[in-house]
Design a protein. Structure first.
Length: 361
């Protein structure tokens, strides 16, 4: 009886209702429905962003191509203009074609690089903003990296910026004779970082643009030839002036010096005075870079004309006061000595002491 009551109590205890096991097909269907709903909600945003990105890239590429083509056509037109006037009278007053060509090509390269960097950089930042990417950390990291790179490569940046301004300001070009402080010579090539100079002895100097603190251009505008002629003090200066002026007039009428001399040769006057000579200075304005050749030709012609006129060059020889005088007979004699007199105290002091008497034991 008690056993049956226990069984009845056990059977009356409530049992949990088992949940049905999920069916794989139902779960897959539910996941697919959720994905379809998510895609349906966001497909318009994706399509809009994709179209915006494609439009930004297309506009950037087209704009970059158009600007680079416009810069190339501008540089080509500048080169054609220089070639057209290179062999004319106006071309002689302008810089040479090679210099203008290199300068224009360098400017075109800089402009194309700057245009590409600005356009493509702006397009990349715009695409990132369309993708909802926060640009503040990216810009901050880029700024720090730029500062670090700029600090490490400050010499390179200085050379590049100096080269850009030298080219834009046309401070010098190919074929110019310049004095850059650290080196002097003829410009062979102008770059954005390094300038190549040909020295007087034929050496090639590579000068960094950032190291150039001053530039003396001897080939821009016009040059000036200066020749100093040293005459004897007793020569007729008025006659020498007439001879030198005649040489300058004759030289200005002969080729090719008639094109290199831009103004008549002028006798400036006395540059210095000495006891035995005077220096006459001659000047002439010449074409750019032609001063050295004009100076050499002037010296050659002036020397020949003065010799033909009997005008002597150089200082007068100094007269020798002792020329023809008899030699001094006492020059080979020795100085008197106290030892030469046997009765002198010096001679007596050097005489041997005579032996004394022998003492007995």
């Amino acid at each position: 009886m008690f056993r049956s009551a226990a069984l009845v109590a056990a059977d009356s205890t409530p049992r949990p209702i088992p949940t049905p096991r999920p069916n794989s097909i139902d779960e897959a269907q539910r996941t697919a429905n959720n994905a379809a709903g998510w895609v349906e909600q966001n497909w318009s945003v994706w399509l809009t962003n994709s179209l915006r990105i494609i439009l930004i890239v297309v506009i950037a590429v087209v704009m970059r191509s158009l600007i680079r083509r416009a810069i190339t056509k501008l540089i080509a037109r500048m080169n054609r203009t220089v070639e057209a006037v290179d062999h004319t009278a106006l071309g002689g007053l302008l810089v040479n074609a090679e210099r203008r060509r290199q300068r224009s090509e360098a400017i075109g390269s800089v402009l194309r690089s700057v245009a590409s960097f600005v356009i493509m950089g702006t397009a990349a930042l715009t695409v990132l903003s369309v993708l909802k990417i926060n640009l503040a950390p990216l810009l901050a990291s880029a700024g720090v990296a730029g500062v670090a790179i700029g600090f490490g490569a400050r010499n390179l940046v200085t050379d590049f910026l100096s080269g850009v301004f030298m080219i834009l300001e046309d401070q010098y070009g190919v074929g110019d004779e310049i004095d850059a402080g650290v080196a002097k010579g003829t410009v062979v090539e102008v770059g954005l970082r390094v300038t190549k100079l040909r020295g007087a002895n034929g050496a090639i100097w590579y000068v960094r643009n950032g190291e150039v603190k001053r530039i003396g251009n001897l080939s821009q505008g016009w040059s000036q030839a200066e020749v100093d002629v040293t005459l004897r003090y007793d020569e007729d200066l008025e006659r020498a002036r007439e001879v030198i002026a005649a040489v300058g007039e004759e030289m200005a009428k002969s080729a090719p010096w008639d094109e290199k001399l831009w103004e008549p040769v002028e006798v400036m006057g006395l540059d210095s005075l000495a006891l035995d000579s005077v220096v006459v200075r001659i000047q002439a304005k010449t074409a750019p870079g032609e001063a050295a050749g004009v100076e050499r030709e002037l010296r050659w012609r002036i020397k020949g004309a003065l010799d033909a006129a009997g005008i002597r060059l150089g200082a007068a020889p100094s007269a020798t006061a002792d020329q023809g005088a008899a030699p001094d007979p006492t020059a080979a004699m020795a100085a008197p000595s106290a030892l030469g007199n046997p009765s002198s105290p010096q001679s007596l002091a050097t005489a041997p002491i005579p032996p004394g008497p022998t003492l007995g034991k």
